[in-house]
Design a protein around this ligand. Structure first.
Ligand code: SF4
Ligand code: SF4
Ligand code: FES
Length: 293
């Protein structure tokens, strides 16, 4: 069990005037709880009271599946973009707590061993002393597991905030349309690239890769890794050569021309999509006009 401060960026708009502030709530529960569960726990309270005793409104946030399948719950958790339904409190607690868990386990093993020793050998003050020390350690470690820790939740910053943790991702769908990322023919099957097509289709459009991309913003023509990942399978599958040409032109304009290949996007994807591999293959097709299927 842990006691955690959940610090949430609250945003509302009145007559187009933005009002933003941080508000902290206490969560006292299981260390295995997901961030999604924690938000719902706070929202389900009869009276939602923050750490300063102020009565509060429900936290606005989005979720669709709670199973890492829809991408709706993307948000910044302790400074890093992640999905709330697949991020757990224990991921954000410092090593002291997990070390304490380990020490607790070791101490429990010691206690058990000492008990066996006592029974079998009728021993001896030494082991009893060790037992006592271990018991004190256990008590202290239990106390340490209850140390308050703060986890901060903020909306993804590259999209306009609607309220609290909800952002407007309309741009994502506009950008796929702008790059003509749809099929004009039946899909062509590719035996050799099926694994990569599968990876490409696992994208949840959560926007986490856009959050860390130094080159992506809503003002320029760059549509970020999300568009490239989705482009790959369509570039492979499209049989209509004219439409494929158009997709390749748009890919160059809205992806290749702006991507600095820093690969910050590669490590952040909650689906572990092999972004670098898809980037190399999409570039090979759309920029270098190589046949890879
Ligand atoms: S590529 Fe990964 S991080 Fe980017 S939108 Fe898709 S699932 Fe999210
Ligand atoms: S490689 Fe760098 S510039 Fe290109 S999409 Fe990824 S983060 Fe953005
Ligand atoms: S709620 Fe669907 S991915 Fe988190």
């Amino acid at each position: 069990m842990v006691v955690v401060n959940i610090k949430i960026k609250r945003t509302s708009f009145e007559n187009d005037k933005e009002n933003s502030y941080f508000q902290t709530f206490v969560y006292d529960g299981d260390i295995n709880s997901s961030i999604a569960f924690v938000i719902e726990d706070i929202n389900s309270r009869k009276d939602i009271i923050d750490v300063n005793g102020k009565k509060s409104s429900k936290i606005n946030w989005e979720c669709g599946c709670l199973q890492k399948k829809c991408g709706a719950c993307g948000m910044i958790i302790n400074g890093s973009p992640s999905l709330a339904c697949s991020s757990f409190l224990m991921d954000f607690l410092d090593n002291n707590n997990s070390n304490n868990d380990k020490v607790n386990k070791n101490n429990n093993i010691n206690n058990k061993n000492n008990n066996i020793n006592n029974k079998n050998n009728n021993i001896n003050n030494k082991n009893n002393n060790i037992n006592n020390i271990d018991n004190v350690n256990n008590k202290n470690n239990k106390k340490n597991n209850n140390i308050s820790k703060t986890i901060t939740l903020e909306p993804l910053s590259k999209f306009p905030t609607v309220n609290d943790l909800i952002v407007n991702k309309k741009m994502v769908f506009d950008s796929l349309n702008e790059m003509k990322l749809y099929l004009e023919s039946d899909a062509k099957l590719s035996k050799n690239q099926h694994e990569s097509e599968y990876q490409s289709s696992r994208c949840l459009m959560c926007g986490c890769c856009l959050e860390v991309c130094p080159n992506f913003n809503l003002e320029n023509d760059f549509n970020g890794a999300l568009s490239m990942v989705n482009a790959f399978k369509l570039l492979i599958q499209e049989k209509d050569e004219k439409h494929k040409e158009k997709m390749m032109d748009e890919y160059n304009k809205h992806y290749y021309a702006h991507c600095g290949k820093s690969l910050s996007c590669n490590d952040i994807c909650p689906m572990n999509i092999p972004i670098e591999e898809l980037l190399n293959k999409s570039n090979a097709i759309a920029v270098w006009k190589r046949k890879i299927d």
